[in-house]
Structure formats: structure tokens, C-alpha cells
Design a protein around this ligand. Sequence first.
Ligand SMILES: Nc1ncnc2c1ncn2[C@@H]1O[C@H](COP(=O)(O)OP(=O)(O)OP(=O)(O)O)[C@@H](O)[C@H]1O
Ligand SMILES: O=C(O)[C@H](O)COP(=O)(O)O
Length: 400
Amino acid sequence: MKTIDDLDVAGRRVFVRADLNVPLEGGTITDDGRIRAAVPTITRLAEAGARVVVASHLGRPKGAPDPEFSLAPVARRLGELLGREVAFASDTVGESARSTVGGLADGQVAVLENLRFNAGETSKDDSERGAFADRLAGLADLYVGDGFGAVHRRHASVYDLPARLPHAAGDLIATEVGVLRKLTDDVERPYAVVLGGAKVSDKLGVIEHLLERADRILVGGGMAYTFLRAQGHEIGSSLLQEDQVPAVQGYLKRAAERGVEFVLPVDVVAAAGFPDLGAKAPTEHTTVPADAIPAELMGLDIGPRSRELYAAKLADAATVFWNGPMGVFEHPDYAGGTRAVARALVDSPAFTVVGGGDSAAAVRILGFDEKAFGHISTGGGASLEYLEGKTLPGLAALED
Ligand SMILES: Nc1ncnc2c1ncn2[C@@H]1O[C@H](COP(=O)(O)OP(=O)(O)OP(=O)(O)O)[C@@H](O)[C@H]1O
Ligand SMILES: O=C(O)[C@H](O)COP(=O)(O)O
């Protein structure tokens, strides 16, 4: 893979595909980790005299402009972190983008509006994606792929655009791949993996691969309930990926055959509904056994006995990979499980890797020092798919 050093960027328009998909609450960025992670590459390019055109997705808008998902607050924060002025285009490939990019002088930076305001970005149709990539290519001379968190997406700006421009990997991608490779090549054992979060369908598939690699798999967050269901338990109104239940039953069986230990919650913190994450007002909640969640309740965190169990199961690991919060950590009533797992990792002498936009945000929002972890990856789904050994479209596209 080429790096920025292989490109002659001075005076050229350089398209940087970053992953600036940060958590927002009411237009306020609650964790700017992914923006900070994008700074080194952008700074290096600007200092080398490039005209830097930064692009990213934010959230999952439906292929049309939606003010809730505007990158404008992200562009402002990027400017503060870079300590330089950042121009903002109010569209992605339209008049505003063309004039904003056209107005850049050497060393200046612009951010385009959310790539996913255009249906072509995420289209499954090659020609629709290609047509959008052609329009993006018209805005730049060179391409730098640096959005590690999105490299598992076969999207126009990630996959099709680098085929249209001379390209290289940015510093973030180079660092991320360097660290994750350590977990695929020669991992130190016992190797424990902690999985949680809400993107259950995206992440269940990785378990198939982990069964061949990990010694112990701890499951929490929204993912745990599909497992509890697969064991035949009542899970109330908790998050469930019903169509995956047979597959999960297969994973549990294979794990038993292979001697891989699955650790599931023994108790959960549950409530009548999903909490209001805006107000964060105290909610009514209760701790119930994980094998008997009342029909009217929804599991929102792993309970106190599970936290102790998980900490004990992590204590003797030599390597830990953690993706996905253990509960709805954004609300204080349901942050205890995520805090307990973070604490267990901080206290552990193991090589610890935390992957995922929300997982990394959780660690910082809960007040842990990033330096207490071996590596905090900006990629959730991306790091999991990397560990799975899959060919990631955004990395394959950067190869020569
Ligand atoms: N029991 C639960 N029910 C519903 N949602 C949950 C539950 N536990 C955790 N979550 C939610 O999961 C979300 C994070 O999941 P996600 O899979 O996106 O994590 P990530 O891998 O760190 O991020 P990404 O893949 O986006 O980089 C949080 O917003 C949290 O509130
Ligand atoms: O948060 C993430 O995992 C990345 O930014 C990718 O977002 P996506 O899951 O919406 O494609």
C-alpha cells in the first residue's frame, strides 16, 4: 500500500476520505475522538502544501440532505483542532462543493457535506455508485484513504473513488492496520474477546471466525439477548435478531465442541422502555436474572453479578479485544456494565484493544484515560471484519 510519502501533494487537490462519524446529541458532539484521529493526516497534507478536501459520512441519512446529519458542527470542531480555518461546502458534489474547493489555496482545508446525502454513495448498484464517484473525482487530483472506521463499506467514496485517482493510505489507516495485524498474526493467549453494542446483525458473523481464534468470548450489550433467546430464555422486549437465533445456536454448539468458552450475562438491568438519552433523567429500572426477563421489560445493561463475572473472566487474559458497549452507556442508569469492563481492561496487564466509534467514545465519556489501553481503534465493524480476515473494500482499493 502506498503512503502519503509516495504522493507529490504540493499544490494538488487531495481528497481525504475520513471517518468523522461522531456521536451527536442535539447538534453537540459528545465525543470528538474520530475527528482528533483524522488530524495528523490532514495537518501533514496541509503543511506539505496540498489543497485538502475532507469528506465523510455521518450517521445513516437516507440518501438525501437531512439537517440532523449535517457535518457542519464537525467541520467547526475540525477547524478548532487543526488550529486553522476550515471552509465548509453545504453540498457534496454540487455548486457549493465546486466553488469551495475551487477557492482553496495551497495548504488550505475544506470539508464537504455528508457523503450519504447522495444515494450514489451507498448504492448497491455499481453504475450508480460509479457515477457518484466520477463526480467526486472531479473535485480532486489525488485520493488519500484515511477513514478506517468505514473501510468495510463498499461505498463510492471508500471503494470506487480510489480507482479513479492516484491514491495512498493515510496515517490513521496505516496505524490501525499495524496494530490489528498483531491480533491476527501471532496473538498471545489466553485471548478474550468482548462483544456488545447494537449493530447486532453486522457483528454476529464475526463470531464464526472468532470461534477459530479466541479462547473466550464474552457477550453483552444488545447482542446478548439473541444469545439468551438462542438458549431458550424469555428476553422480554430486549433487542433481538430473531433470524439469527439458529445461527447463534450453532455457534454455541461449535464453541462447546472446540473448547471455546462463551460468557453470557447472568443478570441484567432492565426497564419498561428505552431511556430518553437527551434528558438523562433518572429512570425506573430493576435488576433481573438473565434467564427470566419479564415480558414487559427490556434489558439495557449487564447486571452487577455479570460485571463481577466478566471482570474475573478478563483478569487472566493476555490479549483482549473489546467491541461494543455492554449497555446503553449514554444514560447513567445503564453505564455500569460498560464502566466495569473498561475498568477490568485498565487493571489488566493484557494487551488491550478497544474497537468502535461508540466503544471508544464510551471509554472517554466515562472518564478513562485512553493511554491506559493498548490501542483504541476508530473502527467498530471495520476492526471486527479485519480480524475476521475478510478483504475490506476500502483497504483493497488502496492496494496498487
Ligand atoms: N441492551 C441494549 N439495547 C439497545 N442498545 C444497546 C444495548 N446495549 C448497548 N446498546 C447501544 O449500542 C450502541 C453502540 O453499538 P455499536 O454496535 O454501534 O458500537 P461500536 O462498535 O462501538 O460502534 P461502530 O460500529 O458504530 O463503530 C450504543 O449507542 C448503546 O446505547
Ligand atoms: O460507526 C461506524 O462503524 C462507521 O462510521 C461506519 O458507519 P456505518 O455502520 O453507518 O456504515
